[in-house]
Unconditional design. Structure first.
Lengths: 233, 353
């Protein structure tokens, strides 16, 4: 066997899925976190629980639910079929949806905690200085929650890259089309192609290690900055 | 320039109920922590909402519970100086100062910023971030930022509490200078009577949400109308009083009869005198002279506080009837004099209410 037999396609597919999922997650989790960290409303705890649910649910349950919603006869699946003549079951888009759903709570939690830690007096001060809420959000809350946003991004990316169960159920395992790295590892191993499996395992492990190591180092660094400067207090 | 405040708000454990007016002379709100003074300021700023009442600034109604008016913070045109300054840590000094300057072109903005930087004497530090400044510098930036929006009212919430004593003295002086040109209403909240006396012209004394005294600072400090006002303005010697005649009373806890400078009513309850206003009597037969024995002393770097007993037989531990604050020199001269000592309270130094 030579290196030529090794298929890079799962890696490329995985990266595509992860990037797309992270974009979706970023666009939803930041406004969501802002809302949840700074506003009080009826049923807030329920919303909070629903967002966090994918963190604790078995992947098969998530996959089942996604199939129910996005399937041929599901509420969203039907609309997609009727309006756009498209479907996401057994496509890469399905893998993106699965990855986004499981990665959302990770990024959401990280961003929300960071936003809650922004001194509310800063926002109040901005308000007395005549700033509107949107300006306060973009010039004060968001920049000061930056650490949490970056950490959330990295975690969400890593989680998207590793998504297996829900992806298998909604996107299937179509080599060259929906077969991402975790799926490729599983099926390569099943079919006895240990070489393909082990190369992918090494890539995934090294990457995951770098993510965690990098986050830890970076977290320590920014902590030192804050201590050294005495902050604004 | 005029601010009218008349608000009520239910707080934990008590109800805030204050009403006062302020003009361009600095008005101090003096009260112990938890007296509702900061909450009053927050209600005026629009950070918190009163349950009932009215707030009117220069004829503009900021809040009126009856008419259902509650202007948002950003439309109230007032600045709030927070206790911890609340400088934006992600912005430089000049960005902080420029944050609230509205729709002006770049040139005007920069002009205002540089004018304010000059006012607070931080030229050369415009590009620094708040965490690269000392506490005093941060406070000045916060003041400059508050003034840059040309507020109709400036609300100062314990602006000196985060500074050490040495810096505090300097900053009080700075603040008075920086505010001398400011034409709007200024409210200054503090629990420190020295600061309030140095900075303000008029004074409102607050305790558990109620106003205990208001008026010119000299009047409030000289003749506080209630026991709590007397305590908060630093009167150390307070006693229950009994009416004897229109010009005489008995201070029950001190066991002394005292003549008064003005006519008193038979409703009086308390009498007080500031610790630094006791004097050594020249002649023991004068009015308001009484015998006393020093019980113990306590020293500050420059002054000595002598704890006095007015009866020689009272020997309980920790008990004293009067505090007398004198300079160290006076104490050194006095301490070996034969006892009892004869001290005098001037008629006009008595605080009676």
């Amino acid at each position: 066997m030579s290196l030529m037999d090794f298929s890079f396609i799962p890696i490329i597919l995985s990266l595509k899925v992860a990037f797309a999922a992270v974009i979706i997650v970023t666009c939803t989790s930041i406004p969501l976190a802002g809302l949840m960290a700074k506003r009080e409303f009826l049923g807030k705890d329920v919303v909070e629980s629903i967002i966090t649910l994918p963190l604790v649910l078995p992947p098969s349950v998530i996959g089942f639910m996604l199939l129910f919603v996005f399937g041929k006869n599901g509420p969203v699946g039907k609309l997609l079929e009727q309006w756009f003549h498209t479907r996401i079951v057994f496509t890469l888009a399905g893998a993106v949806v699965a990855a986004a759903v499981v990665a959302l709570p990770l990024m959401y939690q990280s961003v929300k905690v960071a936003m809650e830690n922004v001194d509310p007096n800063l926002e109040k001060a901005a308000r007395t200085l005549g700033a509107k809420e949107l300006r306060i959000f973009f010039t004060i809350t968001l920049p000061l929650a930056w650490n949490g946003i970056v950490a959330g991004l990295v975690l969400a990316f890593a989680r998207s890259l590793g998504e297996f169960g829900a992806t298998l159920m909604i996107a299937g395992n179509i080599p060259g089309k929906t077969q991402t790295m975790p799926l490729a590892i599983y099926f390569a191993n099943e079919s006895g192609d240990t070489r393909q499996a082990s190369i992918l395992v090494i890539i995934m492990t090294v990457f995951s290690f770098m993510v965690i190591y990098g986050l830890n180092r970076w977290g320590k660094g920014s902590q030192k900055d804050r201590k050294g400067g005495g902050d604004h207090a | 320039m005029e601010l009218l405040v008349d608000i009520q708000k239910k707080l934990l454990g008590f109800e805030l109920d204050v009403s006062f007016e302020a003009d361009k002379n600095i008005l101090g709100l003096l009260g112990a922590s938890g007296s509702g003074k900061s909450m009053t300021l927050r209600c005026i700023a629009g950070i918190d909402t009163p349950d009932q009442g009215r707030i009117v600034l220069n004829g503009r109604t900021l809040f009126d519970s009856k008419k259902g008016i509650n202007l948002p913070c950003r439309k109230r045109k007032l600045s709030y100086l927070f206790q911890n300054y609340a400088l934006f840590p992600n912005m430089t000094v000049e960005e902080n100062i420029g944050f609230g300057i509205g729709d002006k072109n770049r040139k005007d903005r920069l002009a205002i910023i540089s004018e304010k930087v000059k006012l607070i004497q931080l030229e050369g530090l415009e590009k620094r971030y708040p965490n690269q400044l000392s506490g005093g510098q941060q406070q000045r930036v916060a003041l400059a930022r508050a003034l840059a929006v040309e507020p109709e009212a400036l609300l100062l919430d314990e602006p000196f509490s985060a500074l050490d004593d040495y810096l505090r003295g300097q900053m009080v002086k700075h603040l008075t200078e920086n505010l001398s040109d400011y034409q709007g209403v200024t409210l200054f909240v503090t629990h420190n009577m020295d600061e309030v006396y140095r900075i303000c012209h008029k004074l409102v004394v607050l305790s558990t949400g109620k106003i205990e005294a208001k008026g010119r600072k000299e009047d409030v400090f000289k003749s506080p109308p209630t026991l709590i006002a007397a305590q908060l303005t630093g009167c150390k010697n307070l006693s229950q009083a009994k009416y004897i005649s229109p010009f005489e009373l008995e201070a029950l806890e001190w066991g002394v009869r005292l003549k008064t400078g003005c006519k008193i009513s038979n409703q009086i309850k308390n009498v007080g005198v500031h610790a630094h206003l006791l004097e050594v009597a020249r002649d023991e037969k004068e009015d308001n002279v009484f015998k006393c024995w020093p019980k113990s002393t306590s020293e500050t770097p420059s002054r000595t506080i002598v704890y006095l007993l007015t009866k020689s037989d009272k020997q309980e531990q920790d008990h004293y009837t009067l505090q007398w604050e004198i300079t160290k020199q006076t104490w050194l001269k006095l301490k070996n004099k034969p006892q009892p000592w004869y001290l005098k309270i001037n008629l006009n130094d008595l605080i009676i209410f």
